[in-house]
Design a protein. Structure first.
Lengths: 294, 372
């Protein structure tokens, strides 16, 4: 078999696999643009008049299971952007400290941080639920809060921040290790403060790491369902919750239009992020050890 | 009054002592080179001088003031760190301007100062570039310019030419020397290159295993160092070392080696008495260029027989390895010298050394005597 022929066969197989995996997404994308009748048509309609009706119904609610999806979208955006931003700041400072001061047992501490991410969520969620509950009861008894604090927005935000720190720390420590301490020292000898060195000298040099840490954790928080479902109240739920609850409409049928439209909205942020920042994603997945690309 | 004074500085890391008893006085306008092999403690000394680390003992005075505990930024030093450390996210201009920007100097003056420093180091064409668009030598010039732009009288340069190619070093050495003279400021410069130290220094301080073993002007350090280690480290090819005995005869001291017997006298700045040294075997050092390939023509020189082992052509000069009664000696000749043209491998010949060029060290490595 000639070389060119072989290459062609490889490509054919690759395309087939790619199409196979892309088909469900393609179906969802088409369904989101169809009317309810078109979605359920047998045989499936490939040629139809596209409409934004499903998005309209999903976002603003016209008799579907969940009347209004916008709060869930807002929660998703605020919780993921907020917690990841917070985590990135904290991790940057922690990574600098680990990298420059090399406290005793640095490697062990770094491992310990990461190990929190290796425990399955279901193993810890009940314990955290109990802890959060106890905190809230304690705070209420002290008269400090009237609304739940931990079992509400701040608590979920904190949890997501905590969960985003280990990866960010690993990624950023790798990057800061790559910034020679000579840079810091040159600053100090010329009269710069620690803060100046942190934010004007080191930070600009680890920007790819910050982006990688941010994107990587953003996708994680964006996809998270279990912790929020158990710990948070009604007011903290995000798109995965809306998808699960809105799946069945008032009539007891699966609302395919709603699922399709919301799924498209749901994946669009990660898709855009991955499209623009895929090289940073590689950095994230290797904890910052592979940095050549960025 | 001295501008920098180090008194009994000591530094330990854990149980490892890296500096002990370092005392040094540096005069205003002096080009002081701290010379030492890698891991001799040079970099630690620089870190103490700049204030990046605090000593475990001793004091540092600058401009008459005790700065031992003063933070680095308050010491008002120009600093050229090892390995450039140019900020990759700044342009060359901003890099050079950095010390002035931090000091809050106004923009028009910064521009003037940076341009002046850039002209001095011939990098004015690169001001708009980023450091990663520069060659190694250009980066080094930028780092030096950034160090020099600061308005101060003390500049610390931590092995700034390490890793640069030979030709570039030669050029930068020239520039550094001229710059220091023009500015009339004090340079403290560390290096592990003996040649570089010799070329640059007003005075050299030799640091060995965390101690300053001697301080002096380059020629003195080269010809008659107080320590045999200095004799060994400084200069290429290495000084020839042989063993001998000192003994007293007819009211004076004589040195006998397997090659010659010559009269010696106690050196004026000797650190040990010749009488004490004569108790044990002594080391004898002869610089390669002091071995001449012809018989002695005066009483103040000594001759002996040798055979040519090997010739190594370095371009302008040539190293000739000799075998003298089993001892291997190296000598350096200019390639255009008459003798260089004539000698052949295995050729026996008579060589001579002036008595004053024969330097004697006691068993513990201290300078005691010289020939003559």
């Amino acid at each position: 078999m000639s070389r060119a022929m072989r290459t062609r066969i490889y490509y054919a197989i690759l395309w087939m696999v790619a199409i196979f995996f892309f088909l469900p997404i393609f179906w969802i994308l088409l369904a989101a643009l169809k009317t309810d009748a078109d979605i359920l048509a047998v045989p499936p309609k490939l040629i139809f008049a596209p409409t934004l009706e499903q998005f309209n119904k999903t976002l603003f609610g016209r008799g579907t299971g969940i009347s209004n999806t916008i709060p869930y979208l807002v929660n998703s955006l605020v919780l993921s952007l907020g917690s990841v931003a917070l985590a990135t700041v904290v991790s940057f400072l922690a990574a600098y400290a680990f990298s420059r001061y090399k406290p005793r047992a640095t490697n062990f501490l770094m491992f310990l941080m990461l190990s929190t991410r290796m425990v399955p969520a279901s193993a810890t969620v009940v314990a955290i639920f109990q802890m959060y509950n106890a905190f809230d009861i304690g705070l209420r008894n002290l008269g400090l809060i009237s609304q739940p604090f931990f079992r509400g927005f701040p608590g979920v935000l904190l949890l997501y921040t905590m969960f985003s720190i280990p990866f960010s720390l690993w990624i950023l420590k790798g990057f800061i290790d790559g910034v020679s301490p000579r840079y810091d020292e040159t600053g100090f000898v010329n009269g710069a403060s620690r803060l100046h060195v942190l934010f004007k000298v080191v930070l600009p040099q680890v920007r790819p790491g910050l982006i990688a840490a941010f994107i990587f954790n953003l996708i994680f928080v964006w996809n998270e369902f279990l912790f929020n479902f158990i710990l948070g109240g009604q007011g903290t739920q995000m798109i995965p919750y809306a998808l699960a609850v809105g799946l069945v409409n008032a009539g007891g049928n699966i609302d395919w239009g709603y699922v399709a439209a919301l799924s498209i909205l749901y994946v669009s942020l990660p898709v855009v992020m991955i499209f623009f920042f895929q090289r940073y994603l590689l950095v994230g997945m290797t904890f910052g050890t592979v940095r050549g690309e960025v | 009054m001295s501008i920098i004074e180090l008194r009994n500085l000591a530094k330990r890391y854990g149980r490892k002592t890296v500096l002990r008893n370092v005392s040094l006085t540096i005069e205003p306008g002096e080009f002081m080179v701290i010379y030492g092999l890698p891991v001799s403690g040079k970099s630690v000394l620089v870190r103490l001088l700049t204030g990046l680390e605090k000593p475990d003992g001793g004091q540092i005075f600058m401009r008459g003031q005790d700065v031992t505990r003063m933070p680095p930024g308050d010491r008002n030093l120009g600093y050229v760190p090892q390995s450039f450390a140019l900020y990759p996210h700044y342009s060359v201009f901003d890099n050079i301007a950095y010390p002035l920007t931090l000091a809050g100097v106004d923009k028009t003056r910064i521009r003037a100062e940076v341009e002046q420093a850039a002209r001095l180091l011939k990098i004015e064409r690169f001001l708009d570039r980023r450091p990663d668009q520069l060659s190694g030598g250009q980066k080094q010039r930028v780092a030096i310019a950034r160090g020099l732009v600061k308005h101060t009288d003390i500049f610390i340069l931590d092995d700034p030419l390490v890793g640069l190619d030979f030709k570039l070093r030669e050029r930068l050495i020239e520039d550094l020397k001229v710059t220091q003279e023009q500015l009339g400021v004090t340079f403290v410069y560390t290096t592990s290159e003996a040649v570089e130290a010799m070329q640059l220094a007003g005075r050299i301080a030799v640091l060995e295993r965390g101690e300053i073993v001697e301080v002096g002007p380059p020629d003195e350090l080269y010809l008659r160092p107080k320590r045999i280690e200095t004799m060994r480290y400084v200069g290429f090819p290495q000084a020839n070392l042989l063993y001998g005995q000192l003994h007293r005869r007819d009211g004076r001291y004589w040195l006998s080696t397997s090659l010659f017997e010559i009269p010696v006298h106690q050196a004026s700045h000797a650190q040990e008495s010749i009488e004490e040294a004569s108790q044990a075997e002594v080391s004898v050092a002869i610089r390669p260029e002091h071995i001449r390939l012809h018989a002695a023509s005066t009483d103040s020189a000594v001759s002996f027989q040798a055979k040519v082992l090997l010739r190594e052509d370095l371009g302008g000069e040539e190293i000739v390895y000799l075998d003298a009664r089993g001892l291997q000696l190296a000598t350096v000749l200019r390639s255009d010298e008459e003798e260089a043209l004539q000698i052949e491998i295995d050729q026996p010949l008579e060589v001579c050394v002036h008595l004053r060029d024969i330097v004697v060290y006691a068993a513990d490595g201290r300078y005691v005597a010289r020939g003559g």
